[in-house]
Design a protein around this ligand. Structure first.
Ligand code: ATP
Ligand code: MG
Length: 269
């Protein structure tokens, strides 16, 4: 059975699609069979990323390890059980198909609360939540006291994860391993970084997630999209010497994959 990795956060623009593509490529490059689904049926950033990759490889005659990205199949009314939600059916059909042929299925969620995203969270063996290093983004995880910075209670997104966890427990499935990934960290914002870090540490114990070291703000995470490439593909693009920022970015990706502790994965890139 494939291990399901869901990348989710109801906050838009936190880095879900970027993380999905980099993780999918990293696992594919290490020889694992990786499937991909994008539940943002309108933007399809992860889907577009993989399409760009295939087009670029065809143009350049390259054959690089690439996730097996699939569209959600349309729901055929004849196959719906009475009362079954068509979106649930589309998602479970797509996951069941990939499950047959993949070691990992990576599901990129939209930056909003949708039925598809909610169901996907209950399928997660591993949940990665990228989070911009800001208290505005933190607010979807928990509320904090402005004077003391103490966490006063969980917020909408953690409550959604909580109900996904309950659903899995009732179905006898293993608990979700939830990892919060700090993204777009700046070199200059030491004070904010420390405060967000402290709040995350406090919250992680309370609601049960692990904190991954995270990605810094780096241009390499965004400039390769039109070609569908990632920072792990730079050598295949003819870049002989990685600059310091690219080397550091690679290390950040390596640290993330290590932190995930995925079954059967030994990090070697
Ligand atoms: N570490 C990073 N450094 C620099 N830019 C980044 C980084 N991570 C993401 N970005 C940029 O931030 C923007 C949002 O990233 P992305 O599209 O991956 O987020 P998302 O969570 O998938 O958004 P949405 O909620 O709209 O689906 C993009 O322009 C992306 O290129
Ligand atoms: Mg996205």
């Amino acid at each position: 059975m494939a291990h399901i990795i869901v990348v989710g956060n109801e906050k838009g623009g936190s880095g879900k699609s970027t993380t999905s593509m980099h993780l999918a490529t990293a696992l594919a490059r290490m020889g694992h069979k990786v499937g991909g689904l994008d539940l943002d049926l309108r933007q399809r950033s992860f889907g577009r990323y993989v399409e760009n990759r295939r087009a670029y490889m065809a143009r350049e005659g390259l054959d690089l390890p690439t996730p097996d990205y699939r569209e959600l199949p349309e729901a055929d009314a004849a196959h719906l059980a009475p009362g079954e939600n068509p979106y649930d059916h589309r998602l479970s059909t797509a996951v069941a198909d990939l499950d047959q042929v993949c070691d990992f299925v990576i599901i990129d969620c939209p930056g909003s609360h949708t039925r598809l995203s909610q169901v996907a969270h209950s399928l997660a063996d591993t949940l990665i939540t990228p989070l911009n290093d800001s208290f505005i983004d933190f607010d979807l995880l928990a509320r904090i006291d402005p004077e003391t910075s103490k966490v006063t209670g969980p917020s909408i997104y953690s409550e959604m994860v909580w109900s996904a966890r309950q659903l899995r427990a009732r179905a006898g499935l293993k608990p979700i391993d939830w990892i919060v990934l700090r993204n777009r960290m700046g070199a200059q914002q030491a004070h904010n970084k420390r405060k967000v870090g402290a709040a995350l540490d406090q919250l992680s114990k309370r609601i049960g997630f692990r904190v991954a070291p995270g990605f810094s703000e780096r241009v390499i995470f965004r400039e390769l999209f039109p070609r569908g490439m990632t920072l792990l593909d730079l050598r295949d693009l003819g870049v002989e010497n990685l600059n310091i920022s690219n080397v550091a970015a690679r290390q950040e990706l390596r640290d993330l994959v290590k932190t995930l502790e995925l079954p059967g994965v030994t990090v070697d890139f």
